[in-house]
Design a protein around this ligand. Sequence first.
Ligand code: PLP
Length: 393
Amino acid sequence: MLQTIPAFDRIGEENAFAVLARATALAAEGRDIVNLGIGQPDFSTPDHIVEAAVKALRDGHHGYTPATGLLATREAVARRTLALTGVEVSPENIMILPGGKPTMFAAILMFGEPGAEILYPDPGFPIYRSMIEFTGAKPVPVPIREANGFAFSAEETLSLITPQTRLLILNSPANPTGGVTPRAEIEKLVSGLERHPHVAVMSDEIYDVMTYDGEEHCSLLKFPEIRDRLIVLNGWSKTWAMTGWRMGWSIWPDGLYDKVRKLAVNCWSCVNAPSQFAGIAAIDGPQDDVEKMMHAFDRRRRIVVEGLNSLPGVSCVTPKGAFYAFPNISAIGWPAKTLANALLEEAGVALIGGPDFGVLGEGYVRVSYANSEENILRAIERIGDFLSNSQRS
Ligand code: PLP
């Protein structure tokens, strides 16, 4: 047996992909599966974006691009950032990467090592913890509580900072809870961070425009006092339904930009040109498809929350962002992953057990409403039938 370094035995993964594989296998056997497990929009990438990529290929853009991204793509990101946040960011601080994930990979690698502590949301996107473990740093969970509307608490976050803390990971709007942290809480956090200048911040804002009920996303970019230690992760995957294009961007402080550029040169070289032309078209082109998608998500969000709250033993906070609901199923009395598994195998409904997002996810499941209203209603009915049958038996 070949011996790899121990880090590879500590690396985790995203169970959503395993659930997707199982759901696909069951469907291939002829089972009717409603998939509420998946973390990607069920819409296609808008046509004008696809056309921009096709045109780029036809125009001969087949070669390497700069490791940091095409200047035109970085300028487009700068325009979008200014339009959305009112903050001017130089293209010299913007990286184009193959998806949102490489930014967390790079940021966690930069700060994680044995002896270091990295704070991350729990429940939260599973790759944060996995990558922290990979580096040998100590993962320190920041509890994300239902009682707080699944926003993070500035006070609790600040109380977990020690002299060993190197990086704080934030995510709002959040996966898996749909929580959006209000501006006042972020202001409190930023003002507390002034006492801890040794802590870098990675703010994962990939769901930035996916908010509801007038809730506004507050970007960490709005706080100049932490700009010299702030990394902002964002990308095309969710907003423009481009998960398979592998296109993300991030904003880095001067002191870190050259390090991430070098990592890119060593690892993925660059992002393919057609995707980057598509990315420009996404930012500069019409946003009607994004608006239509958000209207559809908003309608489904209401249906999902109402449906879940009508089920015995289930209570669901109304999510304010992203396209996930995170119902509390603790009153059912089943471990969340056992329930999720039984729902897939016996009721044909795929969703993800809360513990796949951290220990504090026990008692919850993640329901993605990136599926049709009809399928959402079918899923709720099936879950309802399953719960009444399992309570009877
Ligand atoms: N950050 C969060 C919070 C996510 O939910 C996801 C994807 O699910 C990502 C980052 C990664 O996005 P990408 O597919 O662009 O790598």
